[in-house]
Design a protein around this ligand. Structure first.
Ligand code: NAD
Length: 495
């Protein structure tokens, strides 16, 4: 029997007449049926989230009470870790090793981090602004926040946003991707069980093209925190301009890894494989352009291709699987179209480039890890995000050229530098247009460090104090301290 996943609005689980089958991309089988929100459910979510913020207890709770709830959500995730890891694996096709050791524990950790730290980020600041007045900066929640989540890290990205938004005292409406709503809807059950007041968290599932505009335009919403593609990000910028809202935009990337002659070749090759093929390359920070210094280029390429061919594609529930399927057949078709275009523009496939022949995988949306060389810097695939297991490998001679190549795209999300010369690495990092630069490592996100992109990779931050403060508004209070309670304004008209 297929599980049903209702919406979560105003503290109630709501089944709607319109439903969507949720597919396991590893097997092509239907694993659940999720309710889809109509304008009526959106209205209910918007009005109850607004009311819960304006009149409900959540924003009025003491910081210690809020902290307790945030901890309980973290604990709820850990208590249900096995279920959530399995559900995320089935819904996204990510290998179970990834969901078990990355997505789920990291989701809980972000709540723990915010619970431990957010109170310190909310300290009011007293400023002596003049002899006549003293100033105070008050930090308040933004209000009602819409959180829009992509399908590549459905629970983790929702938790990054939720932990900050809730700790700051906001009420939220979460809109997961309609391809992958299951773990967020499961989280709603956890949140319900721990007794968060109704309508502090609402989850509305539905196709973005049908419900996104209503959510992003509505006057009752104070902020939209979006993670997804540039194309949709640009639409949201337009929607939210109607009633002027605060936005954070975490968009796409075309990140570069710069590998110098002096590296340990095995470390650089092994790490670079992970930096593009983890989650089948469906990572915003995927290092989809690898630039290798000419002294080691041939050896690097040979070893990289040889190891890429050995990666074990398999069913997502197998602990030995190193690469699972893409999220959907549509995504696989998009990847294939990019490779065809790259070949037409002179690129050469030296590894993969096709659907695997293994009969065990024939119903899933698998694609082989793919390496392209000889891709011109003006070709589409050099500049645009593929969001699949496809990497371009290039040669460079010196660090100035490496910086120019890395910066030559419209995105600015992340970069990697591999060299033993830490002086060079840090100097080069300073020249890169990238919100995150990993030096001799890749992929770790730390709750302490703000994360977000530059240029067309968006604006605003997730995580860290800076990510938390995105969900906070600043109010300046000016308090007269003139002698005898007669401020300057009192004398202005000379009465
Ligand atoms: P997407 O832009 O297609 O969808 C993202 C979310 O927006 C989904 O919930 C979708 O339903 C919703 N949406 C779609 N149309 C909408 C509309 N008109 N109005 C409002 N919402 C709408 O992205 P995706 O395919 O789910 O995810 C992949 C993209 O996300 C990639 O471009 C990737 O780089 C990006 N991403 C960025 C980061 C980051 O931190 N910068 C992290 C993960 C993913």
């Amino acid at each position: 029997m297929i599980s049903k996943y209702p919406l979560y609005i105003n503290g109630q689980f709501i089944e709607t007449p319109e439903k969507q089958n949720i597919i396991n991309p590893s097997t092509g089988k239907v694993i659940a049926e999720a309710s889809l929100a109509s304008p009526a459910e959106l209205e209910s979510a918007l009005s109850s989230a607004r009311l819960a913020f304006d009149q409900g207890p959540w924003p009025q709770f003491s910081l210690a009470e809020r902290k307790e709830f945030i901890f309980r959500i973290a604990q709820g995730i850990l208590d249900n870790a096995e279920l959530l890891a399995s559900l995320e694996m089935q819904n996204t096709g990510k290998p179970i090793k990834e969901t078990t050791f990355m997505d789920i524990p990291s989701s809980a950790k972000t709540f723990e981090f915010m619970a431990n730290n957010f109170i310190g980020y909310l300290d009011n600041e007293e400023l002596s602004v003049s002899s006549e007045a003293r100033g105070r900066i008050i930090r308040e929640p933004m209000g009602v926040v819409v959180l829009i989540i992509p399908w590549n890290y459905p629970l983790l990205i929702a938790c990054w946003k939720l932990a900050s938004a809730l700790a700051a005292g906001n009420t939220v409406i979460v809109k997961p991707s309609s391809l992958t709503p299951l773990t967020v809807l499961e989280l709603a059950k956890i949140i319900h069980k721990i007794g968060l007041p109704p309508a502090v968290v609402n989850v509305v599932n539905g196709s973005g093209s049908k419900i996104g505009q209503l959510l992003c335009e509505d006057k009752r919403v104070d902020m939209v925190s979006f993670t997804g593609s540039n194309e949709i990000g640009k639409q949201i910028l337009q929607y939210s301009s109607k009633n002027v809202k605060k936005l954070t935009m975490e968009l796409g990337g075309k990140s570069a890894s710069l590998i110098f002659n002096d590296v340990d070749l095995d470390v650089a090759v092994n790490s670079s494989l992970t930096s593009i093929f983890l989650n089948q390359g469906q990572m915003c920070t995927a290092m989809s352009r690898i630039f290798v210094q000419e002294g080691i280029y041939e050896r690097f390429l040979e070893s990289f291709v040889q190891k890429a061919k050995r990666l074990k594609l398999g069913l997502a529930d197998n602990h030995e699987t190193q690469m699972g399927p893409l999220i959907s057949d549509a995504q696989r078709k998009k990847v294939i179209a990019y490779i065809d275009k790259a070949k037409a523009e002179g690129g050469k496939v030296v590894c993969g480039g096709k659907i695997p022949e293994n009969p065990e995988l024939k119903n899933g949306y698998y694609f082989e890890p793919t390496v392209l060389v000889d891709v011109g810097v003006h070709s589409h695939i050099f500049k645009e995000e593929v969001f699949g297991p496809v990497v371009l490998i290039h040669k460079f001679s010196g660090s100035d050229e490496a910086a120019i190549l890395a910066n030559s795209v419209d995105f600015g999300l992340a970069a990697c530098i591999w060299t033993k010369d830490l002086y060079l690495a840090q100097e080069l990092a300073g020249k890169l247009n990238a919100g995150t630069v990993w030096i001799n490592t890749y992929g770790m996100f730390y709750n302490e460090l703000p994360y977000g992109g530059f240029k067309q990779s968006g604006f605003g931050k997730e995580l860290g104090k800076e990510g938390f403060l995105e969900y906070v508004r600043f109010k300046s209070m000016i308090i007269d301290q003139s002698e005898e309670g007669k401020p300057l304004v009192n004398y202005w008209y000379g009465f």
